[in-house]
Design a protein around this ligand. Structure first.
Ligand code: SAM
Length: 322
């Protein structure tokens, strides 16, 4: 997970490495490789010493001939295996947040609450090597556990965890005007917004995650009041304004991808984008017309039944000067 060791994806597994053990898409686990220990699952027993020296991505066998894959840890995989101490953000939201918060290497990012550190881990990779994420949670034990995770994952130089009530006290004054981006995942984010405005650099961006629309409405009312707030901060003769307030609802839809064989008559193929392709939205891989009929292997995508749907609302706003 340490971004300075990004080329580690190509290297071989060493004693002490964190490995993501992949059985299938819903059975993934983080395992620390230690000589002399075993990993056991329903496929049998795997000797961890056998994994040392194997390249990441290898398929390894158990004593009963069952197999698993040994994957290199990435923030994406960490989100799937971390221990849940709170609700967490998943990749649909994380990728959106990082892109619309404009987090790039060198950025200073403020975050609250830290929770289980799912988003923080991806933020750390995005700001590396020269930026930093300062993350705050008012729950001391959660902050301690998150700090331990970041240390174990080699992220200590990129992330600082502190205990602080951000809704009550706001972010520390030392970050005034220094933050490129601020992210909030708090129950009453509007209470933190006056402080966020003080922390953001000119052109800095805020994102607030809320599971329900009432929280979004309350936050947006506070954000828009920035236009008329008599306490608005003045830089020289410029007035700082909160602009570009936009809320997105993130709806997760998983698609099941299948390869299917289908047969069509010659007539269907008069046009290069004939009925077969139009109807199925498919890409033919393989065409055989020896029988007067054509058989094509196509890839189809259907929405999965168990799609989780709504994850939450993401409200973005930018601090600008008039
Ligand atoms: N985004 C995190 C992740 O991806 O792992 C999950 C955040 S969790 C849903 C919300 C966190 O906010 C909790 O850990 C909670 O302790 C913290 N929190 C709630 N109120 C807070 C406050 N006033 N100040 C700081 N942290 C707070």
């Amino acid at each position: 997970l340490d971004p300075s060791k990004r080329n580690s994806l190509q290297r071989c597994i060493c004693d002490g490495d964190l490995v993501i053990v992949y059985e299938r898409h819903d059975r993934i686990k983080a395992v620390k490789v230690q000589k002399g220990l075993d990993f056991q699952n329903r496929f049998g027993v795997f000797k961890l010493s056998d994994w040392i020296g194997q390249p990441f991505g290898s398929k390894v066998l158990s004593n009963k001939g069952g197999f698993i894959y040994l994957l290199a840890p990435t923030p994406e995989l960490w989100t799937l295996v971390l221990s849940h101490r709170t609700q967490i953000l998943y990749l649909a939201d994380i990728s959106f947040v990082i892109s619309y918060l404009e987090v790039v290497p060198g950025c200073l990012v403020l975050e609250s609450g830290t929770g289980s550190g799912s988003l923080t881990t991806s933020l750390a990779r995005a700001v590396a090597p020269s930026g930093h994420v300062y993350t705050f949670d008012f729950h001391a034990q959660r902050a301690t556990l998150a700090r331990e995770d970041f240390e174990r994952n080699g992220l200590s130089s990129l992330v600082t965890v502190s205990v602080r009530d951000i809704q009550g006290e706001g972010f520390p004054e030392e970050f005034c005007g220094a933050a490129d981006s601020v992210f909030l995942d708090l129950p009453q984010p509007w209470l933190a917004l006056p402080s966020v405005r003080k922390m953001l650099k000119q052109d800095g961006v805020l994102c607030s995650f809320s599971p329900c629309i009432e929280q979004v409405q309350h936050s947006c009312e506070v954000l828009t009041s920035g236009f008329t707030d008599p306490n608005v901060r003045l830089i020289g003769d410029m007035q700082q304004l909160i602009l570009d307030i936009r809320t997105f609802e993130v709806l997760l839809r998983t698609y099941e991808i299948r390869e299917e064989r289908m047969t069509t008559s010659e007539a269907d193929h008069e046009s290069p984008v004939g009925p077969m392709r139009k109807k199925r939205h498919c890409t033919p891989h393989d065409v055989d017309d020896s029988q007067g009929e054509r058989t094509a292997t196509t890839v189809t995508a259907r929405p999965c039944q168990e799609s989780r749907g709504h994850t939450g609302y993401l409200t973005f706003a930018r601090l600008a000067c008039s």
